[in-house]
Design a binder for this molecule. Structure first.
Ligand code: VGL
Ligand code: ZN
Length: 205
């Protein structure tokens, strides 16, 4: 039984340079994912997978602009450019990703609520099934990397801790949106404060 799993967060074209919600040097995470994946028997991937009418898209709110914050069904929501629409090229995993992924967990499929975490929607109402699935595989520790540090990676790592997994962040395998300068660093500090162990990919044996 593998006791550890690697969680690849949103390694999709829309979060890479040239994508709809591009993260600076986001594509550099792919090589790190491929390199560390060799040390894991179990690799899972989250996939941001929105319907075109998703409530997190500025385009779906009259008069709204991307990066504005609104109340979306009772939750604070940053409005994003249209991204990761189901079935589009932007929603696809990067072709350079060669890691063998055992199972993909789509998220953000409900138009009424965003889902940064690979475990729960932002209202913590509906689970994706990732936690029970990992437990069934005998996993006790998870290693997290991907895009973006200050959103989906942070929420995924914090929920992993909350679900009782020993949680490691592979720092050099992540890149941040940095809507506000320093957001990525603050996210890492928050994760560390919550019990996430921050490591570098070179430390993974
Ligand atoms: C993400 C914003 C919107 C992410 C996804 O993967 O970090 N960020 N949707
Ligand atoms: Zn999204």
């Amino acid at each position: 039984m593998p006791h550890k799993a690697l969680i690849l967060v949103d390694l999709q074209y829309d979060f890479c340079p040239g994508g709809a919600l591009e993260v600076a040097r986001g594509d550099e995470t792919i090589a790190v994912a491929n390199r560390v994946a060799r040390h894991f028997e179990l690799v899972v991937a989250t996939q941001d997978w929105h319907p075109a009418d998703h409530g997190s898209f500025a385009a779906n709110h009259e008069g709204a602009e991307p990066y504005q914050v609104i109340d979306l069904n009772g939750l604070q929501q940053v409005l994003w450019p249209v991204h990761c629409v189901q079935g589009t090229r932007g929603a696809a995993f990067h072709d350079d990703l060669t890691a063998t992924v055992t199972k993909v967990f789509p998220k953000g499929t409900d138009a009424t609520v965003d889902s940064y975490s690979g475990f729960w929607d932002n209202g913590k109402r509906k689970p994706t099934g990732l936690a029970p699935w990992l437990r069934e595989q005998g996993v006790r520790a998870v290693y997290v990397l991907g895009l973006a540090t200050d959103y989906c990676v942070e929420f995924t790592a914090l929920d992993a801790c909350g679900e009782g997994f020993a949680t490691f962040l592979i720092e050099d395998g992540c890149r941040a949106v940095n809507l506000v300068a320093g957001d990525g660093e603050r996210a890492i500090d928050d994760m560390r404060s919550s019990g996430v162990v921050v490591v570098e990919s070179a430390q993974i044996a």
